[in-house]
Design a protein around this ligand. Structure first.
Ligand code: CA
Ligand code: CA
Ligand code: CA
Ligand code: CA
Ligand code: CA
Length: 647
């Protein structure tokens, strides 16, 4: 929505002329004669007044019944209560102040002292008339140009973007699930344009706006696990509306952004693709922008570095009502595997192998889409790397003799030659290549295994991007393994993830854009499937990726990667397939482990994997491995954490 609306770079600039103190007068002039189809410029009635001089910063805090404010001159920053009494003074040359309400009466304020490049954070409780300094630290990572908060109601995180002018920004996590961090941590470093001067965030849409000098305004995603891409929202003249350096930004809604131009001082309103400009002639230059949002109007306060005129511009502008997103359940990873050596979309699908006697010596296998199979121990260290080719999905079953000895079996889909790559796993956990089985696939893709509870026979289900599934029986002959195709069936479009329940003989299949199917797993069963859970764009958002099963209280649960909204969904694996839990894997800042997002494959075991995972583990591929930015890896969440949310 935002992308469609704000990203139009209009070739049209309007100019509001003659704004006098008490007479709201606005006129707009089309300046660009080359625009053959001029867009209509919607202007809002505006009034401009000049308030007292002397403020380099002026930020009203309209929280609760009373409006406090923070103001600064060239020597100090002051907190004033609703009666205008100074409650706190802090010496220094403060260049930025930004504020974030937290609830009806409380909020947090961040400020930058420019001489020492120090960040200050205060909590204000207007009901208790209390200000508390919670952080004061020198920022060593970069010379700070601007600060902007991001409060995600859905992910229950409060963070602060620290924007540097030399191409970088830090996202500092301050609060998670209502808990303040004793030591805030940088959870993401962003690459931003070299001359970035200003930032702003719209909380509801998770939009991070960054202004690049007089050249451009960019849109990034504020979520720490979001993709890193950016979009161009507006550019400098002659192609766009920006005609001076942008020194401050304020987001009014997902589709309404205000930019303060430094010299000549003017506000640009980017409004749903339309652009208005409001000159602020009383200031030769402008530097700081604050706003209070009313139901029918927005008041902007503009000051400059010299503390010349403080101007208040009021726009009769009704903002859209926004309902914050409901909080989503969060679980925290307690272990991550070593990063893939290559960047990009490399790791795809994990599978657990349980050691027969020692849970802590169990292994996690994962496919590397470039190279082969990775094997990790329960410390997350790589213990084996089998460079057999471009593997996509992998699964494990137990108890199939190989070369005359008992072995367990892993099978992976091999894209080099559309075959099944077999691996034998001995009792010590050594993983050995054990041959290939040709398939009739054109574009082999997803895969899962099944052991028939009645016959004990081992099977592989493998799919093709066309929607074709084939079922192979794997059996031992003369010490080697061989595969025999026993059945084929189809889903209408591209599938990938699948999982079979050995005890009930049910196969679940993800059709990436459509939903989850149920088939009977037995080799001689009907090939008619049933679409049991549909992609709905809210709970289950395409692509449907990895699927896994686990038993809880004697009943099977189905867990799916809802890749399109970076979350996971647990359903009853029995009709009517009720939704049990929707959740995310969030940042474990104490352990320095980032959250998981864009997950492809996943696995779940409810058996012990040793200390910390006594109840088992939920294992996901993380498409964006951060803290620091590295190749992809897997995140492990103790199953216990999810049991607590399910009960
Ligand atoms: Ca991927
Ligand atoms: Ca896929
Ligand atoms: Ca991540
Ligand atoms: Ca995949
Ligand atoms: Ca990491």
């Amino acid at each position: 929505m935002l992308k469609q609306n704000l990203s139009k770079v209009a070739l049209l600039v309007s100019t509001a002329l003659v704004l006098s103190a008490c007479e709201p007068t606005t006129q707009h002039v089309e300046q660009n004669a080359t625009a053959t189809k001029p867009a209509l410029v919607a202007a809002y009635p505006a009034s401009l007044q000049t308030l007292t001089a002397g403020h380099t910063l002026y930020v009203p805090l309209p929280w609760g019944a009373s409006t406090w404010r923070v103001q600064a001159d060239r020597n100090q920053l002051q907190w004033l209560d609703a009666q205008g009494q100074v409650q706190l003074s802090v010496a220094g040359r403060f260049s930025r102040v930004t504020a974030q309400p937290l609830d009806a009466t409380r909020g947090v304020v961040a400020a930058l002292e420019a001489e020492s490049n120090s960040l200050y954070l205060w909590l204000l409780d207007t009901a208790e008339n209390r200000i508390a300094l919670t952080l004061q630290q020198v920022v060593n990572s970069r010379v700070v140009e601007d600060l902007c908060f991001y409060h995600s109601s859905e992910n229950q995180q409060l963070s602060l973007f620290i924007l540097g002018g030399r191409g970088g920004a830090d996202q500092l996590l301050l609060q998670q699930q209502q808990q303040w961090l004793a030591n805030p941590v940088v959870i993401r470093e962003l690459n931003v344009p070299y001359d970035s001067k200003a930032c702003a965030v719209d909380d509801a849409s998770g939009s991070l706006f960054i202004a690049e000098a007089d050249r451009a305004i960019w849109l990034y995603q504020a979520e720490p696990e979001a993709e890193e891409g950016r979009e161009l929202l507006q550019v400098g003249q002659p192609f766009g509306a920006i005609n001076a350096e942008i020194i401050a930004l304020k987001a009014l809604s997902a589709n309404q952004l205000v930019a303060l131009q430094e010299e000549p001082a003017a506000l640009l309103l980017l409004d749903d693709g339309k652009i208005s400009q409001y000159p602020l002639a009383a200031n030769s230059t402008a530097n700081n922008l604050a706003a209070t949002l009313g139901e029918q109007q927005v008041d902007f306060y503009v000051s400059n570095e010299e503390g010349a005129a403080l101007q208040q511009l009021t726009l009769a502008l009704a903002l859209p009502a926004v309902t914050p997103k409901a909080a989503m359940a969060q679980v925290l990873p307690t272990l991550q595997t070593v990063a893939a050596s290559a960047r990009g979309d490399v790791i795809d699908d994990p599978a657990v192998w349980h050691h027969p006697t020692s849970a802590a010596q169990s292994l996690i296998l994962a496919t590397d889409k470039r190279a082969g199979l990775e094997v990790y121990n329960m410390q997350g260290e790589r213990v084996q790397q089998l460079n057999v080719g471009r593997l996509n999905n992998v699964d494990v079953r137990y108890g199939l003799a190989w070369q005359g000895e008992p072995h367990d079996i892993a099978v992976a889909s091999l894209r080099n030659n559309n075959s099944l790559q077999l691996f034998a796993i001995n009792g010590q956990g050594d993983v050995l290549p054990a041959g290939q089985v040709a398939t009739s696939m054109q574009e082999i893709y997803g895969l899962c295994m099944y052991q028939d509870a009645t016959t004990q026979a081992h099977y592989v289900f493998v799919n093709d991007k066309s929607g074709l599934f084939e079922q192979y029986r794997i059996s031992a002959a003369n010490g080697q393994w061989q595969g025999q195709k026993v059945r084929s069936f189809n889903v209408p479009s591209q599938p990938e993830g699948c999982v079979a329940d050995d005890s009930s003989g049910v196969l679940f299949v993800g059709e990436e854009d459509e939903g989850i199917w149920r088939f009977a797993a037995a080799a001689d069963a009907s090939s008619d499937g049933e679409l049991i859970i549909k992609v709905d764009g809210e709970t289950l958002v395409d692509d449907v990726e990895g699927l896994a099963l686990g038993y809880h209280a004697g009943k099977p649960l189905l867990i799916a990667s809802s890749q399109g909204n970076d979350s996971y969904v647990i359903y009853d694996a029995l009709p009517p397939y009720a939704l049990r839990l929707q959740f995310r894997v969030s940042t474990h800042y104490q352990l320095g482990i980032d959250g998981a997002s864009e997950t492809d494959g996943l696995d779940l075991t409810t058996r012990s994997l040793g200390p910390g995972f006594e109840q088992g583990a939920f294992i996901v591929q993380d498409g964006r491995n951060r803290m620091p930015e590295q190749g992809q890896n897997l995140k492990l969440v103790p199953w216990q954490q999810l049991l607590e949310k399910l009960n």
